[in-house]
Design a protein around this ligand. Structure first.
Ligand SMILES: Cc1cc2nc3c(=O)[nH]c(=O)nc-3n(C[C@H](O)[C@H](O)[C@H](O)COP(=O)(O)OP(=O)(O)OC[C@H]3O[C@@H](n4cnc5c(N)ncnc54)[C@H](O)[C@@H]3O)c2cc1C
Length: 582
């Protein structure tokens, strides 16, 4: 029996302590009482895994400007990104990078003391013509440096942290968000958080795939909270596969490895990117490089005929590898037994990043529909959100940038929103925690007979096999039926550990329910989109179709488990769609 819920009240509640959530909290806390809830210790948030860098056209290594950055981001997104949001991203990048420097982020430096920058795939000079070093970095631990700095600043400013609190639902009344319900992982028990502004910054969802760079915590909880509140998600079919995951588990070898000059080679020793992106080679955007790798593997040119290729850094030399890629050296050694100074690293494409997510406006206010109707009191930013700056394919180092720019803007927007409120917020509805209570009690005492571990594995294997780099109608339909059947089986899961304290089995079971819910929207959106765009590649419709598909997908999960779709046009301000050639 779960005890009555404890109640808390804050002006602002931010769910998530990654770069997006912490930046938002930092800004909101300048004016309002702000709390951050996180299911992991804040500095264990997945942002800490970001290796390669954070893009901004500082021009510290050679001439650069925000318009070139904008062009690359628009073209990289395969023209699905909203260009007004992309312009905010690249313009704000420069002041935000200096603000982070002044907050204390220990960036690597040029010999004359400026923030050091390195090349990354998809980022070029002069509207795609030349090469550029645009990604600001702190060795290959950039996210770690940003996350720790922001956490320290939040602590200094008195942000209240509820660490290892697992948010189980939104509290919505008359269409407005009034807070969240959370489970205290350490002590057990539900807590009700009544807030005037709530931000979701819960990160990505690539844990629904078997081979992934993502941490165990990246289970897309925030997205399922949105679906369960009757709200839509946007562009869920667009999931990025990173070209260099360590074989066989998919742990990330940062694109910084190629940015610093690493080669990709096949079984014949060929730098095969010459066949797919002659001009930009290994530094073509990720969708292009991952498809090239998958083609090499499918056509039998994987190493020894197996499903991997090599990332070769040996020509960079030991000194450079140890200075600018120390973590990559360590990861390859620890997880593969490969010393990349002496041997090439075995790599494969791996599920990495969620372009889709919670639809928001430029001020991070969450939309209730494709007509841009805002949900009062609810905001979202970072990887869980879809503003949409990445469209169909994200460029490397534009994500931590999005978290910083839109996390910061979201914090400011919440302050503005709170200042504009003329009346007291409405009271909470009766039994605001009823759904969470019912969910947990069902998992403790439900039907039984099904194993959450088996269901999770079947979901992840199926998503990798049938909803991966190359997709087709038959596979996707099969996967949709599979997810529906797994959802039915999930109804019979019962957790065997009945303790309330530190019950990881309970949380994993709840997370599985989330992954099953949002996977339905991914697969349904992918079935409907009969074209190839960015990371969504349909072998049965092998072309981009701007006439019918230059639009965003909105998806709602209905009570009967079906997914309802609607569409919204892409915002185009400067660059008309062109063929993408690299
Ligand atoms: C290995 C790796 C390397 C990367 N390298 C780069 C890079 O070099 N440059 C770049 O730009 N991008 C990179 N990315 C992408 C980038 O790191 C992420 O997109 C970004 O850090 C996400 O930040 P976030 O703030 O949105 O969420 P996260 O940092 O993932 O944080 C999510 C937060 O939400 C909390 N949370 C989630 N669910 C709940 C819940 N139910 N209740 C309570 N709290 C919850 C978590 O505890 C966590 O605090 C990389 C990604 C990976 C996987």
């Amino acid at each position: 029996m779960i005890a009555p819920s404890e109640r808390h009240r804050h002006d602002v509640v931010v769910v998530g302590a990654g770069i997006a959530g912490l930046y938002a909290a930092l800004k909101a806390s300048e004016h309002f009482d702000t709390a951050v809830l996180s299911k992991v210790f804040p500095t264990r948030s997945h942002s800490g895994a970001a290796q390669g860098g954070c893009a901004a056209s500082l021009g510290n290594m050679q001439e650069d400007n925000w318009e070139w950055h904008l062009f690359d981001t628009v073209r990289g997104s395969d023209y699905l990104g909203d260009q007004d949001a992309q312009e905010v991203l690249v313009r704000e990048a420069v002041p935000v990078m200096y603000e982070m420097e002044h907050l204390g982020v220990p960036f690597s430096r040029t010999p004359d003391g400026k923030i050091a920058q390195r090349p990354f795939g998809g980022h070029y000079a002069d509207f795609g013509k030349g090469d550029i070093a645009r990604s600001c970095y702190a060795a290959d631990r950039t996210g770690h440096a940003q996350l720790h700095t922001l956490y320290e600043q939040c602590v200094k400013r008195g942000v209240r942290f509820y660490t290892e609190f697992y948010v189980t639902q939104l509290i919505v009344r008359d269409g407005a968000c009034l807070g969240v319900v959370a489970w205290d992982l350490t002590n057990g028990g539900l807590h009700i958080f009544h807030s005037r502004a709530t931000m979701l910054a819960t990160g990505g969802y690539a844990r629904a795939w078997q081979i992934t760079t993502n941490a165990h915590a990246n289970t897309g909880d925030g997205l399922s909270h949105i679906l369960r509140a009757g709200l839509p998600l946007e562009d869920m079919e667009f999931v990025q596969f990173h070209p260099t995951g360590l074989y066989p588990h998919g742990i990330l070898i940062s694109e910084a490895a190629r940015g610093e000059g690493g080669y990709l080679v096949n079984d014949k020793g060929e730098r095969f990117m010459e066949r797919y992106a002659k001009a930009k080679m290994e530094l073509a955007p990720r969708d292009v490089v991952s498809r090239a790798e998958q083609t090499e593997i499918d056509e039998g040119r994987g190493i020894g005929g197996r499903p991997y290729l090599f990332c070769d850094l040996r020509h960079l030399g030991a000194a450079k590898i140890h200075e600018v890629l120390p973590q990559i050296h360590e990861l390859a050694l620890k997880f593969c037994g490969v010393d990349c100074v002496k041997d090439p690293i075995p790599i494969q494409p791996t599920a990495h990043y969620s372009m889709g997510g919670i639809p928001t406006g430029l001020d991070t206010a969450v939309y209730a529909d494709e007509k841009k109707t805002p949900v009062p009191g609810l905001f979202a930013s970072g990887e869980c959100a879809c503003v949409s700056v990445h469209g169909a394919n994200r460029l490397g180092t534009n994500s931590t940038l999005e978290c910083a720019v839109y996390g910061r803007l979201g914090g400011i927007a919440m302050v503005d929103w709170l200042r504009a409120q003329r009346s007291e917020p409405p009271p909470l509805p009766e039994g605001p925690d009823a759904a969470s209570r019912a969910e947990i009690e069902h998992l403790f005492s439900g039907g039984g007979g099904e194993s959450d571990a088996e269901i999770r594995q079947a979901l992840q294997v199926g998503m990798t096999a049938r909803c991966g780099i190359y997709r087709n109608a038959a596979d996707l339909e099969k996967q949709l039926a599979e997810v529906k059947s797994l959802r039915e089986r999930y109804g019979k899961v019962r957790v065997s550990d009945r303790s309330l304290r530190v019950n990881t089995e309970l949380i994993e079971a709840i997370e599985l329910g989330h992954m099953l819910d949002f996977s339905l929207t991914i697969v349904t959106g992918a079935i409907a989109r009969k074209e190839c765009r960015g990371a969504h590649w349909r072998t049965d419709h092998p072309w981009r179709d701007d006439k019918d598909w230059l639009k965003h997908t909105f998806s709602w999960l209905e009570e009967n488990g079906s997914v309802r779709l609607a569409y919204r046009p892409v915002t185009i301000t400067r660059f008309q769609p062109q063929e993408r050639k690299y």
